[in-house]
Ligand binder design. Structure first.
Ligand code: NAD
Length: 288
């Protein structure tokens, strides 16, 4: 399978766009990669490290003549960026995004997409707690899922072209319905991030009592929470503001479970705790 784009434009030059730039280069998937980020400092760093072939000072210049445009900005910025670049998109181009929420991005971007441009929303299930133009690396997407949520009337040839590119970067592609995506991700990613933020917040409240011992003796459990809680604040603010309903639904269910376990601990109900942990261990063993 050969897939090659003439010009890939990356809007937003952080972890995901940076990793795409490295992966596209490594696999020779584009003749040219152009890039733009809002912050002048980010653009300067991207130029210094040669992240793209050309880093432009405006999004509209960056998308000029591109046959693939990738929106890799925080979810809340997708709509305004799409509105700005829309008149400059080439006819026949594929426009995709990598946002962690899909319904809100489709609502914000969809109305701006000109006729003749194929909008195929997407979400790579890959990331780290790092952000910014230096954080990307070519193997980020290896063996990870990349979900696409194209509207039913999307040109299948365009979907196939984007799928081929994603597969060539090492990821597995699955097509999903946007609302279903948002619910699944609320369980698997969004709610766990919020819980990690609160665990680290609680430890911070206790700082005076524990005199820094939480950090000094942080064992695997808490250490994992702190890694997740170090993720980019802007990105996660936007995720919760835009995937509100699904996240609130999951958090409601989570709170019920937490109260049930809290009660079992209070009542000394070892059987309930043991049964619960046995069920969750079976789930983990089904994953790995
Ligand atoms: P990042 O913080 O590393 O990079 C974001 C980039 O967008 C920065 O270069 C910033 O300068 C730029 N930017 C911000 N607002 C902009 C605007 N209005 N116009 C142009 N550029 C702007 O973030 P990231 O981790 O690469 O995330 C980008 C997108 O990918 C987000 O929508 C996020 O939800 C999604 N995503 C992130 C992860 C993850 O784990 N980090 C995983 C999958 C998807």
């Amino acid at each position: 399978m050969t897939v090659k784009f003439k010009r890939v434009a990356l809007i937003g030059l952080g972890l995901i766009a940076g990793s795409m730039a490295h992966a596209i280069r490594a696999a020779g998937l584009a003749d040219e990669i152009t890039g733009y980020a809002r912050s002048a400092e980010t653009r300067e760093i991207a130029r210094q490290i040669g992240l793209c072939d050309r880093v432009l000072d405006s999004a509209t210049e960056a998308v000029e003549g591109a046959d693939l445009v990738v929106l890799a900005v925080p979810v809340g910025a997708m709509g305004p960026v799409a509105q700005e670049i829309a008149p400059h998109l080439a006819s026949g181009a594929i426009l995709t995004d990598v946002g962690s929420v899909k319904q809100a991005v489709i609502e914000a971007v969809g109305p701006h997409v000109p006729a003749g441009v194929h909008f195929i929303p997407g979400h790579p299930l890959a990331g780290t707690e790092h952000s910014g133009p230096r954080s990307g690396f070519a193997t980020l997407f290896q063996n990870r899922w990349w979900l696409l949520t194209p509207p039913p009337d999307t040109d299948p040839v365009a979907v196939q072209r984007l799928t081929d590119l994603i597969r060539a970067m090492g990821a597995n592609v699955e097509i999903m319905e946007p609302a279903h995506h948002d619910l699944v991700l609320a369980v698997t990613s969004h709610a766990p991030h919020l819980i990690a933020y609160t665990m680290v917040g609680v430890a911070d409240h206790l700082r005076r009592v524990t005199e820094g011992e939480v950090i000094k003796y942080s064992a695997a459990g808490f250490r994992d929470f702190t890694r997740i809680a170090a993720s980019d604040p802007t990105m996660w603010r936007d995720v919760f503001l835009t995937n509100r309903e699904a996240t609130l639904d999951i958090l409601g269910r989570f709170t019920e479970e937490l109260f049930a376990l809290q009660r079992a601990i209070r009542m000394g109900d070892g059987q309930q705790l043991h049964d619960y942990f046995t069920r969750t261990r079976a789930i983990r063993r089904g994953i790995v």
